[in-house]
Design a protein around this ligand. Structure first.
Ligand code: PEP
Length: 253
């Protein structure tokens, strides 16, 4: 049975004071609530230690937005798996569309990063998703398949149990446009089909696949009632306690 995960990617927002305050409000908002999904906060590097401090004693986990693939050395501006682990970090985003399309990270670098995340004892949240023109050209499925094959081909079946995937159509990120539950469901089904061909049916069935792209409290229930959608990677709506709590508590909305 796959667990549900709701992860909030804060991107380059919230300094350490603001981040600690938001983390503390989220901890309070989830007190005494039952049947919760796994909740993950993904702040910037400078905000991460303060957030980790606020989350101590709670069930909420942290993730990082990026990581370098070498263990240590002359890599100015970068952080390693060990540095993130030492803060208690559990997850690292790999292949977020802003890293692919704004910063220009390609498949080779993403494969190296994903490998280093696994070797460092952390879990990657590997993001895939098509651009609008690729969807309009009928290429959404082949683009996503290539993103999966190019980076997951070096991962073993055993290691896949530590990999979380996120389908994030790029045209739906930060735009207010959400994929219909049918479109999201169909792509999640396609991703499971690709996983069964790269690995096997068991791996396809066990892999957690999140949906991301303008998820908000109003659409969370519809999206997450689909049996193939295992939770959400949330950007904008994760920056405010009310909206993020509304998504986490989607079963109650
Ligand atoms: C994201 O950045 O991963 C994301 C899904 O952003 P938003 O929810 O703002 O579309």
């Amino acid at each position: 049975m796959r667990r549900k995960i709701i992860a909030g990617n804060w991107k380059m927002n919230l300094d350490h004071r603001e981040g600690a305050a938001l983390a503390s409000t989220i901890v309070d908002g989830l007190k005494d609530k039952e049947d919760l999904p796994e909740v993950v906060l993904i702040p910037s590097f400078t905000t991460l230690p303060a957030v980790a401090g606020e989350l101590e004693g709670s069930e909420i986990l942290t993730g990082a937005q990026d990581m370098w693939y070498e263990k240590a050395g002359a890599f100015t501006g970068e952080v390693s798996a060990e540095m993130l682990s030492s803060l208690g970090c559990r997850y690292v985003l790999v292949g977020h569309s802003e890293r692919r399309h704004v910063i220009g990270e390609g498949a080779g670098l993403l494969a190296d990063k994903l490998r280093a995340v696994l070797d460092g004892g952390l879990s990657p949240i590997y993001c895939v998703g098509e651009l609008l023109d690729q969807r309009e050209a009928g290429k959404a499925e082949s683009v996503v398949e290539e993103q999966l094959r190019s980076v997951l081909s070096g991962v073993s079946r055993r290691e896949m149990s530590g990999v979380v995937l996120a389908y994030e159509p790029v045209w739906a990120i930060g735009t207010g446009k959400t994929a219909t539950p049918e479109d999201a469901s169909s792509m999640h089904g396609h991703i499971r089909d690709v996983l069964s061909r790269i690995f096997d049916a068991g791996t396809a069935d066990e892999t957690i696949i999140l949906y991301g792209g303008s998820v908000k409290p109003e659409n969370a229930t519809d999206l997450m009632s689909d049996p193939d959608i295992d939770g959400a990677l949330v950007g904008g709506a994760a920056l405010k306690a009310d909206s993020f709590l509304g998504i986490i508590l989607y079963r109650a909305t």
